[in-house]
Design a binder for this molecule. Structure first.
Ligand SMILES: [Zn+2]
Length: 212
């Protein structure tokens, strides 16, 4: 599948040309459907990745998968701080067996909510970049959590779907009560881009607090 024109994504949500891409919210089918493999490594794909970085930073977030901007393609971007930043096309996830981590996790597509979510401590993703060249990303802690969260998005799954028992019930209740519930998009503006750029430039940036 090939990447769509970002102008069409903005038009669908009626946002101006200088705004980041609108963030698709929980409940929209694109977030709950497995994404397609990328087959065209063209300028449109490179443009999509650039747009996704802009949107992720404006949100702000530490990871963003293409379905979160309404694109059902296997692509994600991430920046978990300390130079650990990049993008992966057609990723394949390997959870390294062994230790688990449990920490609060949140999602840009279900803003304002966070729950303790168990994840593998170590994870590794293989895939390609926008030119089709091989990429390997490997890490632990927040980076491993991010890799697992983003690949889940590409498989049509949110972290909320991974919660167990009582937490899952509480989360479903919280989603229904959220002020964004029923909205298709969260619209970001040029002002969000500038505000978050200033925040990062000032070093006022704790990636652990950000959503994925
Ligand atoms: Zn997410």
């Amino acid at each position: 599948m090939t990447a769509p024109d970002p102008a069409a994504l903005r038009a669908a949500a009626q946002v101006p040309a200088d705004a980041p891409l609108p963030l698709v919210l929980h409940g929209q089918p694109v977030l709950h459907t497995p994404a397609a493999e990328v087959t065209a490594f063209d300028a449109a794909l490179a443009a999509l990745v650039e747009e996704m970085f802009t949107t992720m930073y404006a949100a702000p977030g530490v990871g963003l998968a293409a379905p979160q901007v309404g694109v059902g393609l296997r692509v994600f971007v991430y920046d978990v701080g300390r130079g650990r930043r990049g993008h992966v096309v057609n990723p394949v996830l390997e959870r390294v067996p062994g230790e688990l981590q449990t920490d609060l996790e949140g999602c840009l597509s279900a803003p304002g909510l966070e729950y303790d979510t168990p994840r593998a401590l170590h994870a590794r993703v293989t895939g390609v970049d926008v030119t089709g060249a091989p990429v390997v990303v490997e890490g632990e802690g927040l980076l491993a959590r991010c890799l697992q969260h983003e690949v889940d998005h590409l498989d049509g799954m949110l972290y909320l779907d991974r919660l167990g028992g009582r937490t899952r019930k509480q989360a479903a209740k919280d989603v229904r009560a959220a002020d964004w519930h029923g909205d298709a998009h969260r619209v970001l503006t040029r002002a969000d881009v500038l505000e978050q750029e200033a925040r990062r430039a000032a070093g006022d940036d704790d990636p652990d607090d950000d959503e994925l």
